[in-house]
Design a protein around this ligand. Structure first.
Ligand code: DAH
Length: 357
């Protein structure tokens, strides 16, 4: 057997015998590397006569090519095998339960925010937002609170230190400034709710300096009190998950609505639990009204063309009523035992069709 045949036979055998890429590379270096056997044979060409070289050159080149091809082919096979092996070890068994069991729970206020968004989302409302630090104009003036009007005082406002000539910024006392921001930024028809934190300098059994509201605003042409009442009764029924609710609108005053009302619903108390819908007593659950023409004008909307209604509700109290939490203060104490007891699974997104709570 010639050297060529011998080397080829041995090399191909070695190549097909290796089990991994590192071993394959050793074989490659031993045959085709600078000091390898095939390269050694190639070097002998230089010392050959012309006739010998003409005969041996093509043969040696062909040898080199076949060995190189065999290395490449084996490499492809080994790479495939390595990938298969890796995929097999990285397999995830999707039928296994998630671990560890999550310990966190969604705070009832956040749950109620989501429930309210789901209900109004179903009625075609979208969610709008505004900043917690507001300027006096958005929080009061544009909402038709005249300068020096006593209604400003009833809000127990937290003021920032004034900066230069401008009126001091405030921590927003309600979510109503989001009405202004929404009307300034877009055109009717408008149908939004605005959930968020609000702040007032008040601290007792039923008041905390930070609490949560959801604002609602609808601006279209031809909107009247009937729309307001129908919309809010539908909301209350969906929120408290009852078929019928006895509700009334009781005249009230807010600077930014005219007429203004508070909405009461009938309820029954059975020990610690409260059942909303019917009963002997009325409970106030939100403020509402037709958007005041001055507010529309302040936002560049013609009150002769467009009308609208607005409402605002305290979410902390709605959560207390729905989920039977007797006291407001633990809401903000961040006690994990309380949150575990009253909290919700974070991934159970409420929906009108799939269930709210
Ligand atoms: N902003 C009022 C408050 O915090 C609540 C409110 C009442 C909002 C009537 C409204 C509304 O949009 O129409 O006391």
């Amino acid at each position: 057997m010639s050297d060529i045949e011998k080397i080829e036979k041995e090399a191909l055998k070695a190549i097909s015998g290796v089990g991994d890429l590192a071993a394959l590379d050793e074989v490659r270096v031993a045959e085709l590397g600078k000091k390898g056997r095939v390269s050694g044979l190639m070097k002998t060409l230089g010392k050959m006569s012309n006739e010998e070289r003409q005969e041996m050159g093509p043969k040696l080149n062909a040898l080199k090519q076949r060995v190189a091809d065999a290395v490449e082919a084996r490499k492809a096979v080994l790479e495939d095998e390595a990938l298969e092996a890796r995929l097999a070890t990285e397999k995830v068994d999707l039928s296994l339960p998630a671990r560890p069991e999550p310990k966190g729970a969604l705070h009832p206020v956040m749950q109620v925010f989501e429930e309210i968004a789901a209900i109004f989302g179903d009625m075609g409302f979208s969610v709008a937002e505004g900043p917690d630090i507001e300027d006096d104009w958005h929080n009061f003036t544009a909402l038709n609170f005249p300068e020096g009007h006593p209604a400003r005082e009833t809000h127990d406002t937290f003021f920032f230190s004034p900066q230069g000539e401008e009126a001091a910024k405030v921590l927003r006392t309600h979510t109503s400034p989001v009405q202004i921001r929404t009307m300034m930024a877009g055109e009717p028809p408008i149908r939004i709710i605005a959930p968020g934190r609000v702040y007032r300098n008040d601290w007792d059994a039923t008041h905390t300096p930070m609490f949560h509201q959801v604002e609602g605003l609808v601006i279209e042409s031809g909107i009247h009190m009937g729309h307001l009442k129908g919309c809010l009764i539908d909301f209350v029924k969906a929120f408290f998950e009852v078929d019928a609710v006895e509700a009334r609108l009781r005249p009230h005053f807010f600077p930014f609505t005219e007429p203004s009302a508070e909405m009461d619903v009938k309820y029954t108390r059975d020990g610690d639990t409260i059942k909303i819908g019917d009963g002997e007593q009325w409970m106030e659950i939100l403020g509402c009204g037709m958007v005041h023409p001055n507010v529309l004008k302040n936002c560049g909307i013609d009150p002769e063309v467009y009308q609208g209604f607005a409402f605002g509700m305290g979410v902390d109290r709605l959560a207390m009523l729905k989920y039977g939490m007797p006291d407001l203060r633990p809401y903000f104490e961040a006690d994990p035992a309380w949150t575990r007891h009253y909290g919700f699974k974070p991934w159970l997104t409420p929906s009108v069709s799939g269930g709210l709570s």
